[in-house]
Design a protein. Structure first.
Length: 156
């Protein structure tokens, strides 16, 4: 599928077979193969293309445009909205934004940067730009993420 660059990152599909889409399930990336710092989602929600772009800008500003940044989600679903005070019927509304479904425990952003403290701080700043609750995780080679990220275990 061709992708269109729009204001920095790939923010929407270049072409789609149908104008609007139905929301379907998605599989997340949970296996990590390299040593890096990443943002992991704590809940399943939709992430807007504008949120991904603002996260990219914050990270790039903090790490001074160096390092290797990779996004693991692409906003391929269209979010439609009918204008206010419009009567029922007359078809589905116009495309308002593009979204990407994110599962709990999925890696959203991965950053390879030599200074670990700066990388963690950049991803923490980027996590404030998203509607999905995110956690900064640093990991070793070949580790598998657990979808349950509870920091405090309940004692019975």
């Amino acid at each position: 599928m061709f992708q269109k660059r729009y204001r920095g990152i790939v923010s929407r599909p270049y072409r789609s077979r149908f104008r609007v889409s139905r929301f379907v399930g998605v599989k997340g990336f949970r296996t990590l193969r390299f040593t890096a710092v990443s943002l992991v989602s704590l809940r399943s929600r939709f992430v807007l293309a504008s949120q991904l772009e603002s996260m990219r800008k914050v990270i790039r500003k903090k790490v001074k445009r160096s390092g290797n940044l990779s996004f693991h989600f692409f906003p391929y679903l269209s979010l439609t909205k009918k204008p206010s005070e419009v009567r029922m019927g007359k078809g589905k509304g116009k495309i308002k934004d593009w979204v990407s479904p994110v599962l709990a425990g999925s890696v959203l952003v991965r950053l390879f940067y030599p200074r670990l403290a700066v990388a963690k701080q950049a991803l923490k700043l980027a996590s404030f730009k998203s509607a999905v609750p995110l956690r900064v995780v640093s990991y070793n080679a070949g580790s598998v993420l657990n979808p349950q990220f509870s920091s405090k275990k309940k004692s019975s």
